[in-house]
Design a protein. Structure first.
Length: 256
C-alpha cells in the first residue's frame, strides 16, 4: 500500500531530510586519513541528537539480518557496496567511502547516501562517483506524475550501463514516509513505461549502486550485513529522498 502525502506531510519529511543532509555533510567534513568509521558514526549521532531525531538504522533488523544494525550510518569502504557496519577501521589515503544515513523526526523519515574519496583520489573512483550522481539526477528528473517506476529504473540503468558499470542484482530504492522502507520498490534497472504509475504525494528513496568492473554479482560478508563485490572491484552508492509533486520532483534530502 502506498500512502499519498499531503503538502504538510511532505514539508515535515523535508525537515527530517534536512537532518540527514546535515549529518552527511558533517560526516563528509570529518572524514580524513586516520579517522575511524566509528568516529564518523559518532559525528552523525551528534547531529541527530542535536536535532531531536531518532535513527531508523540503529537497531534495525530485517529478515535477512542475523543481528540488529548497531550504528546510525552505514559506512561502506572500497569494495563494500552498501550496509557496511562502522568499525575501528581507520581511513587510508585513496579510500572510496559510501555513507548512508537516515533520520526519524516528528513521525517522518528521511534517507540519503553519498560517496566520496579520502586523500588522493583515483581518477577511476571519481568517474564512478560522478556516474552514480548523474544516474541519480536522471532518475530524479523522471520522478514526475504520470511516469512509472520503470521510467526511474530505466533512467538509472541507462546511465550506469553506458558508463560500463555493474548494478548489484536485487537491490534498489524504496518508498518512504512514516517508515524508512515502504512500498513501492524502486529498481535500479528496468523497462520504461512499466510498473506503478507515479502520483503526486508519493515519496521515494532513489539510490543508484554501481560496481566498477561492470559485473552485477555480490556477496554478504560474515557480519551478516555488508555487501561486497565478488571480484573486489570498487563500488559507489548515492541516494536522495524525493517527493513527487505536481510542480515537479522535490528533493527532501538536498544538501546546501
Amino acid at each position: 500500500m502506498v500512502e499519498l502525502k499531503t503538502r504538510a506531510s511532505i514539508d515535515a519529511m523535508y525537515e527530517a531530510g534536512q537532518v540527514v543532509a546535515r549529518a552527511l555533510t558533517a560526516v563528509r567534513k570529518a572524514a580524513d586519513v586516520g579517522v575511524s568509521l566509528l568516529e564518523l558514526d559518532e559525528v552523525a549521532r551528534d547531529v541527530l541528537r542535536e536535532a531531536g531525531a531518532d535513527s531508523p538504522f540503529l537497531g534495525y533488523r530485517p529478515a535477512f539480518a542475523p543481528t540488529p544494525f548497531p550504528a546510525v550510518i552505514c559506512a561502506s569502504v572500497n569494495d563494500a557496496i552498501v550496509h557496511g557496519i562502522p568499525t575501528r577501521y581507520r581511513l587510508r589515503d585513496g579510500d572510496l567511502v559510501s555513507i548512508d544515513c537516515g533520520a526519524h523526526l516528528d513521525g517522518w523519515a528521511g534517507d540519503s547516501a553519498i560517496s566520496f574519496t579520502v586523500g588522493r583520489a583515483r581518477p577511476a573512483d571519481l568517474r564512478l562517483i560522478e556516474t552514480a550522481e548523474r544516474a541519480l539526477d536522471a532518475a530524479i528528473a523522471a520522478a514526475v506524475p504520470g511516469n512509472r517506476i520503470g521510467d526511474i529504473a530505466h533512467a538509472i540503468g541507462t546511465v550506469c550501463r553506458a558508463g560500463g558499470y555493474g548494478i548489484p542484482d536485487g537491490f534498489g530504492g524504496h518508498g518512504i514516509g512514516r517508515h524508512m522502507h515502504e512500498d513501492p520498490g524502486v529498481p535500479n534497472e528496468g523497462r520504461p513505461g512499466r510498473g506503478m504509475r507515479l502520483r503526486a504525494g508519493m515519496a521515494i528513496a532513489i539510490e543508484p549502486m554501481l560496481i566498477a568492473s561492470g559485473r552485477d554479482d555480490w556477496h554478504t560478508t560474515t557480519d551478516g550485513w555488508t555487501l561486497r563485490t565478488n571480484d573486489g572491484s570498487r563500488a559507489a552508492h548515492v541516494e536522495h529522498t524525493v517527493a513527487i509533486t505536481d510542480e515537479g520532483p522535490r528533493v527532501l534530502t538536498e544538501r546546501r
